[in-house]
Design a protein around this ligand. Structure first.
Ligand code: FES
Ligand SMILES: [Fe+2]
Length: 440
């Protein structure tokens, strides 16, 4: 459990909050590049860390992220004309380039220099690995992107999917580092469809997962955040270890399943205090992404069901048709005979339903954490401590000035019972370009 004060600190991300300031030290995934497909195309509303912003791609193809309200008298730039190197407010014609400089002020005398003194708030963007990254922090000299393995892969090897989730970013993230829920929330009753699918792929995951549903968790803090090893009984002389990471500020790695596992990450980008954007980055170091990868890892539709038609609202994109207003289409008969939840469309939707069911920000003073929650406790501690150290001492948080600490991988591995997991898995836990992920 957390004190009320710590819970607030952990979840609030608006400007000037300790956690908001911490996250603003890093580059933040704002959009998939393909969300702004064309130069001079329509601008988009983007709600990020509680701020209303307008994204657009200029004539030269550069992405920009401007304050919503025009610097003149505050009309929304969502209605702007995207033309000839900038976004023009349709109220009186003021026009801004991607960095916020006012390029044109056609309702002032031509000899006026007023426009040279007007600057609209704009966040720097860069595009890499199919992502438009925004920097919302205070530094003149920007930090580097994290050196996550997938960021250096060709775009053909990557696939990004997003799902809007109606709960705090950290509540959602905690589901990723919670190894014991997998044996329940995502399990089957009756005919084990998922199990059969995994077994066809040559994984013994379900066998071990079901053979031992109370994993022993060991957690270690690391320069990038924290790592856990979840130990389950396997053969008489071996343990099955599922090993994965939390990386500052909002990345998780998931223990791989099966021989086709990739090097993607999951990202929990705060939309505001009570909503998050779930990014699933699918990435294979050895080959381009195929349709089967997309189906498997959730380009939305196959794993979490259909999306609702997008709207132009601040939070109108990437919403699922199965949602809390319809109880995620729970099927009580299927719950009796097929799956633990009765909620179809795969693991992402199970996670979605259950983390949203906790409410937008769960009151963590009411929790009862057990030994299976050790990784969650550690990740929270790391985040809260780093936010306090930034606020009180100005200490730069982990990874901002050291992108190399992100060169890690998760693993799932069988090890002899007398071998320590960190020792036995050591070489499998570092990013190795061109080498498959270690997965049983
Ligand atoms: S409010 Fe935008 S130009 Fe006047
Ligand atoms: Fe899950």
């Amino acid at each position: 459990m957390l004190s009320k004060e710590d819970n607030e600190l952990l979840c609030r991300v608006g400007p000037g909050t300790p956690m908001g300031d911490l996250i603003r030290q890093y580059w933040i995934p704002a959009l998939i590049s393909s969300e702004l497909p064309d130069p001079d195309g329509p601008p988009l509303r983007v709600h990020l860390l509680g701020e209303n912003l307008i994204a657009f791609r200029d004539s030269a193809g550069r992405a920009g992220l401007l304050a919503n309200h025009c610097a003149h008298r505050g009309a929304s730039l969502f209605f702007g004309r995207n033309e000839e190197g900038g976004l023009r407010c349709v109220y009186h014609g003021w026009k801004y380039e991607v960095a916020g400089r006012c390029m044109d002020m056609p309702n002032e005398p031509t000899e006026s220099t007023f426009k040279d003194r007007v600057h609209l708030m704009a966040y720097p963007c860069q595009e890499r690995a199919g992502v438009i990254w925004a920097y919302m922090g205070p530094r003149e000299e920007r930090p580097s992107l994290p050196d996550l393995e997938w960021i250096s892969l060709p775009e053909s090897h990557l696939h990004h999917s997003k799902i809007f989730r109606e709960c705090s970013w950290v509540q959602a993230l905690e589901g990723d580092i919670d190894s014991s829920h997998v044996s329940f929330l995502h399990s089957s009753v009756g005919r084990p469809k998922l199990e059969e699918a995994w077994q066809r792929e040559g994984s013994r995951f379900w066998e071990y997962e079901h053979g031992d549903r109370s994993p022993r968790l060991e957690v270690v803090t690391t320069p990038y955040g924290a790592i856990y090893g979840a130990r389950r009984n396997a053969e008489v002389d071996t343990y099955y270890w599922r090993i994965a990471q939390f990386l500052f500020p909002f990345y998780t790695m998931i223990p791989p399943i099966g021989p086709r596992a990739g090097v993607g990450t999951r990202i929990w980008v705060p939309v505001d205090d009570e909503n998050a954007m779930y990014w699933q980055v699918s990435a294979n170091p050895l080959r381009p992404q195929e349709e089967s990868d997309r189906r498997r890892w959730g380009s939305g539709a196959p794993l979490a069901g259909e999306y609702l038609p997008p709207t132009s609202d601040w939070t109108g994109r990437w919403r699922l048709a199965a949602n809390k207003s319809n109880d995620y289409f729970i099927d009580r008969e299927a719950q009796r005979t097929e799956s633990f939840t009765g909620i179809g469309a795969g693991v992402n939707l199970h996670d979605q339903a259950i983390t949203e069911s906790m409410g937008p920000i769960y009151d963590r003073t009411r929790e009862h954490l057990g030994s299976a929650d050790a990784m969650i406790i550690q990740a929270r501690r790391r985040l809260i401590d780093a936010a306090r150290e930034l606020r009180d001492l100005g200490t730069s948080p982990p990874g901002v000035d050291d992108p190399a600490i992100y060169r890690v991988r998760p693993a799932s591995i069988l090890l002899p019972r007398d071998v320590s997991w960190l020792e036995g898995a050591r070489e499998h836990l570092v990013a190795r370009p061109g080498v498959p992920v270690s997965s049983v």
